[in-house]
Design a protein. Structure first.
Lengths: 330, 450
């Protein structure tokens, strides 16, 4: 029904801090309407990359291109109907410096290091953050009430930050990132410091944003969560890209052609060295290592033909956790 | 632009809509008056009377001394002194002098002491032991030959620190001895009085139009203006430092930078806080103006207010303008420092040299008051950093030629442009550097690279 809202193209981006290369020749696409998981160990360059996408810093080399829909759905906003923009590195003549804040109005950013004014009323800070995203006052007030209600924080509206618990402050911070109804949400470690109930709640909100065709980039250490939420992933380590693509493709490419099998009979098929390289006996099932390029469908067919009784036949895919450890562990 | 205005509004409201601002705005004048009035009140409070024994070996000084310490004599003296500075004395001032004189006179109680045939040593030890016993507070030994050179007048008191009373006694004694010497030399007192009368010194300044100005109250008024600008610059510089460090320390900077350009954010902060300072200064100058205006229409004290230097609206405009120039100079330096450091305390240490410059400017203003047209006054009222304090003082002391004011405004505006350019570069990088204070070489690199 509505067109996909935002996409980002990162092309050959490099960022130096003095002699240290924080991000090296990084390229990837964030496709519209999908959840993009940005994974990597501490110090890999995730936050640096995210800061460049948000427009806080500019790349030293390479470009980041944004495409936002010309969308009448952003009613009440002054920036409806925007041309594609580029955050280019220094020295690029076309760098649209003056319009940098323009594309920033379409991005909602939840930094890893959270921050609120300690002695200011919740409603005042939210209004200020909304004003900085160029949201008209009346619209901002409406959304503040909506989100405070939804987060069950309505009665804290006129309280000051230092009267709130850590978890509540996290939720306020999240509200501040969505007040301008961004098309692109960038969440740096959105689940850190949240209790399990609130983690579930955040996941729910992210799923809801996705269902509205918004694009979400988020970084996390929690591989299970990433596996559950992401359509696409990017794994970086030591400033460089290690793995990227859709979750499905990545998993398939890391598949070692393993089959978990629970079967009675069919021993001669399993002994066929042109198909099965190795069999490891577990307590109630076998793990088969197929020869490279072997067709698991053919194996299944021959097992059935041989009259073996199959109660389980499953391609074993590596978990994201396995891939992470394999790629980053050494 | 909308975002810039949002920042300005946010910073302005953050300061002005706080109790601290309200209290500060009204407390400062109260404190100022307090600093002027309280010491005067304290000094006018007199302790208990000094019980004194006077041993007069000359036999002629004591009666004169006693006479000089009567209320009438002290009052006459004070009146003569006052007439030298004030042309005419009104009733309330007369009343005040009379009360002061009575107080001074009541400050001494003469205690009798039988000298007999005792030697000086004996008298001394007698009196010292009386002082020790607390029966008397002081004694005075007057030598036999008061005309002799180096004739010792020995005064010992257990209230040696009561300089007001001691001065009164010394004056009275001096006068008594002097007139005794004159009498001894056969010169009549009226003769001496008419011969040693002070001259009438008619001192008035000339303004640039060659018209006479009154310089008596200049020092006070310039002092107040200089102090007001100095204090507001120091206070609002600190406000900037605190606000910048807060945004860095709480990591709010990261959210702000994801919404607006660092330059907009920094300049918005400077302008917002500056407007708050201007509001405060505006309230002060306006209420001061109203107060002076009201008092000068009242009978009492009108003499003093008439003698205040004439302050025109143009001058007030200049004061506010130079306050703004000074504010942007110092605030941009404070913003630069704030984005380098990690805590306000650290920032305070770094800002010390800046604060010293501010103090230097204030100290120079005293020199400017004394000699507003010297070449040193010219230079300190032109150079950036000092001019925002010294030029308003100079304008008040004696309006300098317009080209000099324009030059000062131009130079300081240039300095502001340069400093904001520098501060913005440091701010952009520094605000995202957490954990440790930036070193000077690092900051230099940011400035060059950005």
């Amino acid at each position: 029904m509505s067109e996909k809202k935002a996409s980002v193209k990162v092309r050959n981006v490099t960022k130096y801090f003095g002699d240290f290369t924080a991000v090296e020749d990084l390229s990837f696409d964030v496709r519209p309407g999908r959840i993009f998981g940005f994974l990597g160990p501490n110090g890999a360059g995730k936050t640096t990359t995210i800061r460049m996408i948000v427009g806080i810093t500019a790349p030293d080399e390479g470009t980041i291109e944004y495409a936002f829909s010309n969308d009448a759905g952003r009613e009440g906003h002054r920036d409806a109907g925007m041309q594609p923009q580029v955050n280019k590195g220094r020295g690029v003549a076309a760098s649209p410096r003056l319009r940098v804040s323009n594309f920033q109005d379409r991005i909602g950013y939840l930094p890893e290091e959270r921050g609120l004014y300690k002695k200011m009323k919740i409603v005042d800070q939210l209004r200020y953050f909304a004003a900085l995203k160029d949201v008209p006052r009346a619209l901002a007030d409406k959304r503040i009430d909506f989100w405070l209600e939804r987060m069950d924080l309505a009665k804290w509206k006129t309280k000051k930050t230092n009267e709130l618990s850590k978890g509540m402050q996290q939720k306020i911070q999240f509200i501040s990132t969505v007040l301008h109804d961004p098309d692109l949400l960038i969440l740096d470690e959105p689940f850190s410091g949240l209790d399990p109930i609130n983690v579930e709640f955040m996941i729910e909100v992210m799923a809801e944003f996705k269902s509205k065709d918004k694009t979400i980039i988020f970084s996390t250490h929690l591989m299970e969560t990433a596996e559950r939420l992401c359509n696409d992933i990017l794994l970086i380590n030591k400033a460089k890209k290690v793995v990227s693509g859709s979750l499905r493709e990545v998993k398939a490419s890391y598949s070692k052609n393993l089959i978990a099998l629970r079967v009675a009979g069919g021993d001669e098929v399993l002994g066929d060295k042109s198909l099965v390289e190795n069999v490891v006996e577990h307590s109630d099932e076998k793990i088969l290592q197929l020869v490279p390029d072997a067709d698991s469908q053919l194996l299944l067919k021959r097992l059935i033909d041989s009259g073996a009784e199959i109660s389980k036949f499953e391609r074993v895919e590596p978990s994201l956790n396995d891939i992470f450890i394999e790629q980053v562990g050494n | 632009m909308r975002k810039f205005l949002a920042v300005v509004k946010h910073e302005y409201k953050k300061i002005v809509l706080k109790w601290a601002f309200l209290i500060g705005t009204f407390l400062f004048p109260v404190l100022g008056v307090g600093f002027g009035v309280v010491p005067a009140i304290i000094f006018s409070l007199r302790g208990e009377a000094t019980r004194i024994v006077v041993v007069d070996k000359s036999g002629s000084v004591l009666p004169r001394l006693k006479e000089n310490l009567t209320a009438e004599k002290i009052e006459t003296k004070a009146e003569e002194a006052a007439k030298k500075t004030l042309k005419d004395i009104n009733a309330s001032q007369q009343e005040k002098m009379k009360r002061g004189a009575e107080q001074s006179a009541a400050g001494f109680v003469f205690v009798d002491y039988e000298v007999g045939a005792k030697s000086s040593e004996q008298i001394r030890s007698d009196l010292v032991s009386e002082i020790k016993a607390g029966e008397i507070d002081a004694y005075l030994l007057i030598p036999a030959d008061v005309a002799a050179e180096n004739a010792p007048f020995e005064f010992r008191s257990r209230k040696g620190g009561d300089f007001v009373a001691n001065d009164t006694l010394k004056d009275a004694l001096n006068q008594a001895v002097r007139s005794q010497r004159l009498t001894d030399a056969k010169i009549s007192e009226t003769q001496v009085k008419s011969l040693s009368r002070d001259i009438e010194f008619d001192a008035k300044g000339l303004d640039e139009k060659g018209e006479e100005t009154n310089s008596d109250m200049l020092m006070g008024a310039s002092f107040v203006i200089g102090l007001m600008i100095y204090i507001t610059l120091a206070i609002y510089g600190q406000v900037i430092l605190g606000a910048v460090v807060e945004e860095k320390d709480t990591r709010i900077a990261e959210i702000l930078f994801s919404s607006a350009r660092p330059f907009e954010l920094m300049l918005g902060k400077l302008v917002g806080v500056g407007l708050a300072g201007l509001t405060q200064l505006g309230i002060w100058t306006t209420s001061l103006g109203i107060l002076v205006g009201y008092l000068s229409t009242q009978g009492d004290g009108s003499e003093i207010f008439k003698r205040l230097p004439h302050i025109t609206p143009l001058m007030i405009g200049y004061f506010l303008l130079f306050f703004l120039l000074g504010y942007f100079i110092f605030a941009s330096v404070y913003a630069l420092i704030g984005s380098m450091v990690t805590t306000v305390q650290e920032g305070g240490q770094f800002a010390l040299p800046v604060t010293l410059i501010l103090v230097t400017g204030y100290l120079f203003s005293f020199m400017v008051i004394r000699d507003p047209n010297s070449s040193v006054s010219f230079w300190v009222s032109i150079v950036p950093f000092l001019a925002p304090i010294t030029m308003p003082v100079r304008i008040l002391a004696e309006m300098p030629p317009f080209w000099q004011i324009a030059l000062a405004i131009g130079l300081n505006a240039l300095a502001i442009v340069g400093l904001i350019w520098l501060a913005a570069r440091v701010y952009r990088v520094g605000m995202l550097m957490y954990g440790k204070r930036a070193t000077i070489p690092e900051v230099w690199k940011w400035i060059r690279q950005a």
